[in-house]
Design a protein. Structure first.
Length: 197
């Protein structure tokens, strides 16, 4: 059944049009004298103006996709931040280079056999970073960078370790504080200071 005023499709039991509010007059009320067959003929609704089709949107899926994208972005930031806090630079290290860095971190000076370089450096330095630098004369070079306070000022230290795998030796080959190379006595004194903290 259709509304006689606006042409809206109506439920057969409707008394008023849900679109325009007009009272619904069914065929029986209009033509009580006509026979039943005539009353049951379908009424053709008046033409309605052409409407622009509305494409259904699935906002639920879009919201879920946005939420998943945000969650993945936050996870990536969290992982990157924590790798940085752990002082691991994985940009170009292979698993073999990674293992060399790990071996240096787990090593210790002869005078301090109960504390690894990694444990002592984490306690002494801010922003500790380890990376594999390369090989020189069949010896691997691992670099450590970290910030610390010296005489009330923030300073930066860069330490290079030389790893001689064939001889099973590890040594500090250079140390710089704020870009200034340190002599062997300063290296010894700073190592003691770092490990005694």
């Amino acid at each position: 059944m259709f509304c006689s005023r606006c042409g809206n499709h109506l439920d057969d039991t409707a008394q008023f049009c849900s679109k325009c509010g007009a009272k619904v007059i069914n065929e029986i009320e209009k033509n009580p004298d006509e026979n039943f067959e005539a009353q049951s003929q379908p009424i053709v609704p008046p033409p309605t103006p052409a409407a622009t089709p509305v494409e259904p949107t699935n906002t639920g899926i879009h919201k879920k996709m946005i939420a998943i994208s945000i969650a993945l972005a936050l996870l990536a930031v969290f992982v990157a931040f924590n790798l940085d806090r752990l002082g691991i630079d994985l940009n170009s290290m292979s698993s073999a280079e990674n293992q060399i860095v790990t071996n240096v971190k787990n090593s210790y000076p002869v005078m301090y056999p109960n504390k690894t370089y990694e444990a002592a450096f984490k306690k002494f330095f801010r922003n500790p970073k380890w990376k594999y630098v390369g090989a020189n004369n069949e010896k691997d070079i691992v670099q450590f960078d970290g910030d610390f306070s010296q005489y009330g000022k923030s300073s930066h230290m860069c330490i290079k370790f030389t790893v001689d795998n064939s001889a099973g030796k590890l040594e500090i080959s250079s140390m710089e504080i704020n870009g200034e190379p340190q002599d062997i006595i300063s290296v010894f004194a700073m190592t003691n200071l770092i490990f005694q903290k």
